[in-house]
Design a protein around this ligand. Structure first.
Ligand SMILES: NC(=[NH2+])NCCC[C@H](N)C(=O)O
Length: 603
């Protein structure tokens, strides 16, 4: 199956999967999960490395105490994405990942991009959690391993890799891969118990911060910085001071911090995978997503406040922030309690992060977009052995060689892209005609939309404009669906350009630079006009599932926030992200496009 002409090739990129379930035996499961169960699951899949390590890195290098505001921005963007996930979760019961959602509404190429970045997100998350595990373990035994490895290897490690190869992190990933290959299953009980312990320890940390914290740590000045005695509280090296005070690295730092903190809020999508087991899903799924995000926001902002009140932000330990904070305030026992719980929490986190990877790989391989061999299942243990081994080995290699901060940023950027695709899919799908709309109805409607031949081009243009503004049908038609798809794609492009301008030249735009301000205003005008065109089109009237409110604005704001946060990532993260996606495109255009099952069905 070769691309004979560009049009045919283009058609292949947008072929879609049907909305209806695949013809597979229905597995009957009882609906028994209420909002509480779903929230426990959501919090269990979301709270993790973010709260134990990322908080320290961001407060130290990027945002200072204003990390609390960074979390607020990241939370807002997660809430919008969460609502979009909820709509899909309650509408399409057989599908449970952004890969399927994009395949159903946007087409094959976008689905591949979503799936490939979902794999990136999970693999990089696994590598970062194992690295966090290794840091915490090493901190607990006095940092002997890292010091020895650094002495032996640091001169051989190039600048863009970690300071030393992290063999503990590698061993952790390989052990996990081995356990999964042998058929280990995710234990819901273990997740629940650890989530409980996790929440208790976090409450303890937050309370300690408020009792032992010093408000002066939010008003630090150059004088405080220069008067530090090195080695106090076991913290030898200092981070940057910036301008001091509560927002030492300015608005820029707060927003960049939000892009990284986004990592900490990823995970609530696990709730959507339980649609079939949820009681009253069109209410319980959206509510549990919102409650989960709210609880996580409270935990993250509380821990950030406690940490930055206990220790001056430039003295936070990047690899073991919370245990070192307790050492700093002289609570030695608490330090060990926090370190041990962190290890337990990270162990439970590792299993829940790794589990979905083989499933996404298997789904894509079964659809023919990735190599078929990756879908093969080992008969003895019924595990997708090739998918587990390949993803485990890649995650192990990344954990061994990559910097922790790079792993975190890459997971964030990949997930921001995936969440944007889900919001885009909601927008397109809600305006798409029901597939049950019979051919006859389609023909009737399009006949109705077509007027007798118009020889004058002006008449034709004015008719097209009229259709854009005053659509004739009250339910979505093929034409209105196409208009929305085209307009939504144009909006994504315009929002991306706007995000680039706002992320790269914010001061010029707001200080009234004539060129950039004019471009920004024009972009905003165009975005408004195209949004209104989408808003005028008829929407799917089915009331049976949860629907995102304020369409089309909410998904568009969600896309804008996500893309804007992506634009704040460093050039280095973009380069690594580009390399990952270039490899993906090579696989898709070299293999997937020809072996796609959707393509074979079409033929
Ligand atoms: N689907 C994922 N990539 N999950 C990773 C979740 C990371 C989680 N928020 C944490 O802080 O540990």
């Amino acid at each position: 199956m070769r691309c004979q002409d560009p049009r045919q090739c283009g058609q292949k990129l947008i072929r879609r999967q049907p909305l209806e379930p695949r013809k597979e035996p229905e597995i009957l499961v009882s609906r028994h999960l209420n909002i509480f169960h779903l929230v426990v699951l959501g919090v269990g899949s979301t709270l993790g490395v973010g709260v134990y390590i990322v908080v320290g890195e961001v407060a130290l290098f990027v945002a200072g105490p204003a990390i609390i505001i960074s979390f607020l921005v990241a939370t807002l963007s997660s809430v919008l994405s969460g609502l979009c996930y909820a709509e899909f979760g309650t509408r399409i019961k057989w599908a449970s990942s952004a890969y399927h959602y994009s395949y159903i509404s946007l087409g094959e190429l976008w689905a591949f991009i979503a799936g490939w970045n979902l794999i990136l997100s999970y693999i990089f998350a696994t590598a970062s959690v194992s690295k966090a595990w290794s840091y915490t373990f090493d901190g607990l035994i006095g940092n002997h391993i890292s010091q020895a490895l650094q002495r032996a290897f640091s001169q051989y490690m190039p600048d863009y890799l970690a300071r030393y190869p992290d063999f503990i992190a590698l061993a952790v990933v390989l052990l996990l891969t081995g356990a999964l290959t042998l058929g280990a299953r995710e234990s819901l009980l273990v997740t629940r118990v650890f989530t409980g312990i996790n929440v208790l320890v976090l409450i303890f940390i937050i309370l300690s911060g408020f009792f032992k914290g010093d408000l002066h740590n939010w008003k630090l000045t150059e004088q405080d910085y220069t008067s530090i005695t090195p080695g106090l509280g076991g913290i030898s090296s200092l981070g940057p001071l910036g301008f001091g005070g509560f927002v030492p690295f300015g608005l820029d730092g707060v927003l960049r911090g939000a892009a990284i903190c986004f990592y900490a809020l990823v995970g609530f999508d696990a709730i959507v995978t339980k649609e079939r087991e949820a009681l009253n899903p069109h209410r319980s799924i959206p509510w549990s997503i919102l409650i989960t995000i709210f609880i996580c926001f409270l935990a993250y902002s509380g821990v950030s406040a406690a940490l930055t009140l206990m220790v001056p932000y430039y003295q936070i330990h990047p690899e073991s922030p919370l245990p070192q904070a307790f050492l700093y305030i002289g609570w030695d026992v608490a330090r060990y309690v926090v370190a041990v719980t962190t290890l337990c929490a990270l162990t439970s986190r590792l299993q829940s992060i790794f589990f979905p990877i083989p499933q996404v790989i298997k789904d894509m391989a079964r659809d023919g977009l990735l190599f078929r061999g990756l879908a093969s299942v080992f008969a003895h243990t019924r595990t997708p052995i090739t998918a587990i081994m390949s993803s485990g080995n890649i995650a192990g290699l990344l954990a061994l060689l990559f910097k922790f901060s790079d792993l975190v940023e890459l997971m964030s950027i990949g997930n921001l892209l995936v969440y944007s695709l889900v919001s885009f899919s909601v927008l397109v799908l809600r305006y798409r005609p029901e597939q049950t709309l019979s051919k006859k109805e389609e023909i009737d409607i399009s006949k109705h939309e077509e007027s007798p031949s118009e020889p004058v081009p002006e008449a034709r243009i004015s008719r097209i404009l009229k259709t854009l503004w005053f659509p004739t049908s009250t339910i979505p038609t093929l034409k209105s669906g196409q208009i929305v798809y085209g307009c939504a794609s144009l909006l994504v492009l315009l929002l991306t350009i706007l995000s680039v301008i706002l992320a790269q030249w914010p001061s010029q735009v707001f200080s009234g630079d004539p060129g950039l301000t004019t471009v920004t205003v024009l972009l905003l005008l165009l975005i408004t006009v195209v949004t209104v065109i989408i808003w005028r089109q008829p929407k799917d009237p089915t009331p049976a599932y949860f629907k995102v409110p304020a369409l089309p604005v909410l998904p568009l704001v969600s896309i804008f926030m996500n893309v804007y946060l992506m634009m704040l990532m460093t050039p280095r993260t973009w380069t690594q992200f580009g390399i990952w996606n270039a490899i993906g495109f090579l696989i898709y255009f070299g293999y997937g496009i020809r072996h796609s099952l959707a393509g074979n069905n079409h033929q």
